[in-house]
Structure formats: structure tokens, C-alpha cells
Design a protein around this ligand. Structure first.
Ligand SMILES: [Zn+2]
Ligand SMILES: [Zn+2]
Ligand SMILES: [Zn+2]
Ligand SMILES: [Zn+2]
Length: 494
């Protein structure tokens, strides 16, 4: 578990044929299949700032360019900036009356002032000469960039272009498709046209004005470039004053060269994302709306449904053609008993048939045109493919299946009181919902020293589906298959 998310030692095959560690896979309870990132539709549920934990509606977020208006990132190290308070003495202004009793009429008063500071790298807004503010939030000056107006103009132009195209397309479609009303409307019966009625009612006889893109001058390339200043050749470079690439790119509009021009950057908003199975359009992941909650309303991680396989012991000395033992631990993450059998991987013919079957299933389950218009995003199903992994070692498959008891979180604290179970020989120990099995494997004898030995097998397991099926009351038990590939180390040099 050293690499929780990038662990590629034990990999499962997704329904589409892509290999992934179990921690990166999801399980659709309606299709009863594994789903990887490519087999899921990613949808943005809500925008929020993870620093101030504020939910921002998507229209507002778009307006704010997906930045939080009150939180800032350090331009130097990208850590969050915090507002620090100091007291400063400022000279009393002439119009401010000295308080009664303050007979000395102090020439100066103390005032609380705020500046932004990074607690990670000690950068402060004072370093670049941003004046201290009297309130902690909301009044920080915005950095002005030289090209901001040009970009605003370009954006306006292209928005109008898009709008015009859209209007033209709509007009075209309206003219092309004949109106299909069941009942003739007023204009049909009276022979009046819409524009005549509008004129009679005293409305202007004008259709909404067409969006007209404003003209912008195209940029022109020029040969005339300013010469480099002489000082660049004579003065030594002070690297402390130059910004790093990361610092420059975190401020894309300005891209300052020197640290003097670093400016606090508004924090980018984060999203809550829900994942939907592309085949059946059911949600696989649905987070809670509240940004401060890390819980899910729906969470179908594969690790909660598919037996988890981990390596317990690998042989020390792997050699081509020599049979060795290896130990694997299977654990049952579900609350139902699971029968597990280890089977051979499908042959290439069987795999082709599997892919064909899957393609057919995709076509038949594609939602009707009605659903297409309702769904927010047109689903593109991932094309099933062959597994891009070769097996380089043979394993001796156990003939019998074994049973994994259901998961019981309290069992961890119990005394080890387990009823002896009639187990096949290859199960060498078991504890709670886990069982360790021993398999024999033999790397191919033509493997060069240093090459990876990979074993593969199909895990067949019973799965109790708790999704309510209207016709059948009881939970349904299914037998599911998952293909697994395990890297067992490299062939030793001797
Ligand atoms: Zn997939
Ligand atoms: Zn914020
Ligand atoms: Zn910093
Ligand atoms: Zn599904």
C-alpha cells in the first residue's frame, strides 16, 4: 500500500479492457460491471472554494472566472495567503475632532491595518508595495494587466460570433422544419401574419436584433523588436530577483519576470463531481452538496464490491522454468458471504467474443431519442478493447472454490474465535473476511534476466446485489468475473 493510488502491482481489467488498480475503479450495480474513468461520465455538481468553504452557483462562478473573490494564493509558493493584522499609528486628519477628555489632542491615533502574508514562505503583500488595508477581506487592489482590454475586446467579439451562429442555425432550422401543430393557431385561421398582428397591437414590427460582432483590429506581426538593454550583458544576474517558471505561469495574464511584480492571485474554485455510468446512466458517485462535507450520497467504489487481492509473499529468486510458490490474500469487502474461484484467463477467441458481446450490449442499451434530449451530456461509450498485458508466467489453478465470510468491522476487536472451516488445501490461513492462498507459478523459461514476471487469472465471485428489483423481492445473487494481472517481480540475474 505504499502507493495507494498509483499501485500497479495488482491490476484489474475494467469492462472496457483498460487495466487499473482496484482503488481507481468503480462498480456499477445496475450493469454489474467494473467502470474506469473512461467508462464514466464526469459531471460538475457544484463549485466551491475549499479555503472559505463557500458554495458558489455555477453562473456566478463563471462570472468570477472560477476564482474565489475573497481568498488568495501566495504568488511565490502557491500556498494560501492569510490576512494578518497590525496596529499602525497614523496622523490624525484635520477634520477629525479630538475626543473629549483627550486634552492633549494626540497628533496620531493607532489603527488596525491588515496585510496578506504567506505562512509557508513568509511572502507578504508588503514585499511588493501593496498598501495595508483597513478591512481584512474584500478590498484588496486588483492587479491590472496591459493586455486586459485587448482580451476583453476579443472575448466580446467571439461571444457575438457564437451568438450569431446560433441564431442563424435556429433560423435555418425553423424555416426547414414545417410547423406541426395539432390545432391551427390564430394566425393560421385569420390569415394574419405575426408581423401584421404585432403592428396592430402597436408593437414594433421587428424581430430581435441580430447579434453583430464588433470589429476588432487583427493583430499584426512585426519585425521591429526593441533591442535588449545593454545592462543585460554587463550586470550579473541575481537569481533571487527572478521568478521561477511555476511562479510565472501561476499568473498567466502578467507572467512577471522579477519577484517585484508578483501579485496575490485569487484562489481557483474546486468542484464537486459526480460520476455516471455511460451505459445505464445511473450515478456511480454522487457527493453531498454541502462543500464542507466529504461524504457521498452514492459511492460505488469497486473496492467495496470486488474481492481485494494483495500479495503476501513473493518468491525470492525467480528463474525461468522453475516452479515457485506465491501467497495471495483475498478479502471480501461486502456484507454478504462470497464464494471465490480462480479461473483461467479467456483465450484470445473468447476475448474477441466478449468484446463483441459488449459492443452489442452498448448498442441495445443506448437510450432512446427522448432520453438523449433529456440527458445533459451525450454519452460516448468507451470502445471495448483487448487487454494490453501479456502473461509471462504460468500458474497452477486450484480446482476448488473457497468461501470468504462477510465483512464485519467489529470482528477486528474480537478474540480470534473462529470455527474451523473445511478448507481446500491451498488456503493456508484465514482471519475474519480474509483468506490467504498459496499458488504455484512458473515463469516462462525464455525470459531474460530482469524481465517482469506477470501472472493473470479470472476471479469468479458471487455477488449479492441489494438493488431492489421490482419483480423480485429478495436480493439477487450473481456470479461475476474480474480479470486480474499481478506483477510478481523480475527474473533474477543468476
Ligand atoms: Zn473502462
Ligand atoms: Zn474562498
Ligand atoms: Zn508562499
Ligand atoms: Zn451501469
Amino acid at each position: 500500500m505504499a502507493h495507494f493510488l498509483s499501485n500497479t502491482t495488482v491490476q484489474y481489467v475494467c469492462a472496457c479492457g483498460i487495466l487499473n488498480p482496484l482503488t481507481k475503479l468503480f462498480f456499477c450495480r445496475h450493469c454489474l460491471a467494473l467502470r474506469c474513468d473512461f467508462c464514466l461520465c464526469h459531471e460538475v455538481d457544484s463549485h466551491f472554494c475549499y479555503n472559505c468553504v463557500e458554495n458558489i452557483p455555477s453562473s456566478e462562478a463563471k462570472l468570477k472566472k472560477y476564482k474565489c473573490s475573497s481568498c488568495f494564493d501566495c504568488p511565490s509558493c502557491q500556498h494560501t495567503l492569510s490576512a494578518r493584522a497590525t496596529t499602525v499609528t497614523v496622523p490624525r486628519k484635520a477634520d477629525e475632532e479630538p475626543a473629549a477628555g483627550d486634552s492633549k489632542a494626540a497628533a496620531a491615533i493607532t489603527r488596525k491595518m491588515y496585510y496578506l502574508a504567506c505562512l509557508a514562505c513568509r511572502w507578504t503583500s508588503r514585499d511588493v508595495g501593496i498598501p495595508d488595508q483597513t478591512v481584512a477581506t474584500g478590498s484588496w487592489p486588483e492587479c491590472e494587466y496591459s493586455h486586459a482590454t485587448r482580451f476583453a475586446l476579443l472575448m466580446e467579439h467571439f461571444q457575438a460570433v457564437v451568438l450569431r451562429d446560433k441564431q442563424e442555425r435556429q433560423d435555418y432550422l425553423r424555416r426547414k422544419t414545417p410547423k406541426q401543430h395539432k390545432y391551427p393557431n390564430l394566425t393560421d385561421r385569420t390569415g394574419l401574419t405575426v408581423s401584421m398582428i404585432r403592428r396592430q397591437m402597436g408593437w414594433s414590427d421587428k424581430t430581435p436584433p441580430k447579434a453583430k460582432p464588433i470589429e476588432v483590429n487583427p493583430s499584426e506581426a512585426t519585425d521591429e523588436v526593441d533591442q535588449l538593454p545593454d545592462s543585460i550583458f554587463t550586470e550579473p544576474v541575481n537569481l533571487r530577483e527572478l521568478t521561477t517558471i511555476k511562479q510565472r505561469l501561476s499568473q498567466p495574464a502578467g507572467q512577471p519576470v522579477t519577484v517585484k511584480h508578483l501579485f496575490p492571485q485569487h484562489k481557483s474554485l474546486s468542484i464537486k463531481r459526480s460520476l455516471r455510468c455511460r451505459q445505464c446512466e445511473h450515478n456511480v458517485i454522487k457527493p453531498e452538496y454541502n462543500p464542507s462535507s466529504i461524504k457521498y450520497r452514492i459511492q460505488l467504489f469497486a473496492a467495496h464490491h470486488v474481492p481485494d487481492i494483495r500479495i503476501v509473499k513473493l518468491p525470492d529468486n525467480l528463474q525461468g522454468g522453475v516452479q515457485v510458490k506465491l501467497q495471495l490474500k483475498f478479502s471480501n469487502p461486502t456484507i454478504h458471504e462470497m464464494t471465490v474461484a480462480i479461473k483461467e484467463l479467456p483465450s484470445s477467441d473468447e476475448e474477441t467474443a466478449l468484446i463483441e458481446e459488449m459492443k452489442k450490449a452498448v448498442v441495445s442499451s443506448t437510450p432512446s431519442s427522448l432520453n438523449v434530449s433529456l440527458s445533459r451530456q451525450v454519452s460516448l461509450t468507451e470502445e471495448p478493447r483487448f487487454v494490453d498485458q501479456r502473461v509471462t508466467a504460468k500458474i497452477e489453478l486450484p480446482e476448488e472454490s473457497f468461501v470468504l465470510p462477510h465483512r464485519d468491522d467489529s470482528a477486528e476487536f474480537d478474540e480470534d474465535l473462529q470455527l474451523p472451516r473445511e478448507d481446500p488445501k491451498f488456503v493456508i490461513w484465514r482471519r475474519a473476511n480474509k483468506a490467504c492462498i498459496e499458488l504455484s507459478m512458473e515463469p516462462q523459461d525464455n525470459l531474460a534476466p530482469g524481465s517482469e514476471t506477470i501472472i493473470g487469472f479470472t476471479v469468479q465471485y458471487s455477488y449479492v446485489n441489494t438493488v431492489q428489483v421490482p419483480e423480485k423481492k429478495d436480493p439477487q445473487t450473481h456470479t461475476l468475473n474480474s480479470r486480474v494481472y499481478i506483477k510478481c517481480g523480475t527474473i533474477s540475474g543468476k
